[in-house]
Design a protein around this ligand. Structure first.
Ligand code: MN
Length: 344
């Protein structure tokens, strides 16, 4: 579900400028990119500094504003939080890409809306449906429709072709549409696992009911207070679909060394007293301490936390590999039909 997919079908070779840019980026390392990012894109860093004052809370590194939206194919109107050209994919490793289609109304249509057949290798793509309905097909024969609350988890691994369209009935009738796509980079040792598809219905997500009517934590992956999610990932992560009621006051912790963030899908919150309005992304510092979320309004949040991969990577379009040679190989394998076949 990314427009970058098209580039790889157009360019026969990776432009030199791309390769140089990527090498420079890799040499900057984690601290360099984090500092550049803070300097360029975050607000609220002064406030975040106050949180270092030993109050037992995990610091907020910054709050990322939504970007201008762009169309992916003709069916997804997304804001991109990372990678977004700022090296943030390294700061949030193993999470690599976050595209969010905030609620938008699609009118009735006779034309299919979505993204046509394209390849992936080296990652997992995870689609969250909040409103509306999308349909998935891939070259391994997997097919699924996800509706509000459901999650579709595709492991591209060694390679797959897929397409993602608005579900046909929804497409004809139109309506409120709110979707999110997340890419998780696969660790080097699992880069080429066989492609796989997991459909995670909302009703099947293990959940924790919070005290005092605060809401519910639906555990997609990893665990929350001992309740384990059902999706299998290839590196240690926690992923929560958190539904909070207005006035909720929730405390939890995530591993200190995990890259962690919270997207405000709907509603508004404060995280350790730092305000995060709707469609904003809260980046947490890599340190221990309580994460206190207070819901200003009824909310849906996506909480992401993962152990950094700390491996070199090269991204080109829909491929995320460890070396440029592997990117060339992916392009050649795609052209040679090694990703299988899928009709559009
Ligand atoms: Mn895709």
């Amino acid at each position: 579900m990314t427009i970058r997919c098209r580039r790889v079908l157009t360019f026969r070779n990776i432009p030199n400028s791309f390769a140089i840019e990527r090498k420079e980026f890799l040499h900057r390392g984690i601290l360099g990119t984090a500092l550049a990012f803070i300097g360029g894109a975050f607000c609220g860093t002064a406030k975040a500094m106050e949180n270092l004052a030993g109050n037992g809370q995990r610091g907020v590194e910054g709050v990322l504003s939504p970007t201008n939206s762009h169309m992916v194919g003709n069916g997804f109107k997304v804001m991109n939080y990372f990678p977004n050209g700022k090296g943030f994919e390294e700061r949030m490793s193993p999470f690599f890409l976050l595209d969010f289609n905030a609620e938008v109304n699609f009118p009735p249509s006779d034309i299919s809306q979505g993204v046509g057949v394209h390849p992936h290798r080296g990652i997992e793509t995870i689609t969250f449906a909040y409103k509306g309905s999308v349909e998935h097909h891939d070259s391994k024969g997997n097919h699924g429709i996800i509706n509000a609350g459901d999650v579709q988890w595709m492991t591209a691994g060694g390679g797959v072709l897929h397409k993602e369209y608005h579900e046909q009935t929804f497409n004809r009738t139109g309506g409120a549409f709110e979707m999110l796509q997340l890419w998780i980079n696969l660790p080097k040792k699992h880069k080429r696992v066989p492609a796989k598809y997991q459909s995670i219905l909302h009703s099947k997500k293990p959940k924790v009911t919070l005290p005092k009517g605060a809401g519910t934590v639906h555990v997609v992956a990893g665990e929350y207070e001992g309740v384990k999610g059902i999706a299998t990932a290839y590196s240690p992560i926690h992923m929560y679909d958190m539904h909070l009621n207005a006035g909720a006051d929730v405390n939890f912790q995530l591993p200190a060394n995990y890259n962690s963030g919270i997207l405000v899908v709907d509603g508004a919150i404060t995280v350790n007293d730092t305000a995060a309005p709707e469609n904003h992304y809260v980046q947490l510092k890599n340190e221990g301490g309580a994460i206190r979320i207070q819901a200003t309004r009824k909310c849906i949040l996506l909480v992401l936390s993962g152990e950094p991969l700390n491996e070199p990577y090269v991204n080109y379009g829909p491929f995320v590999m460890n070396t440029e040679e592997e990117i060339h190989e992916a392009i050649e394998d795609y052209k040679a039909g090694k990703f299988g076949f899928l009709a559009d």
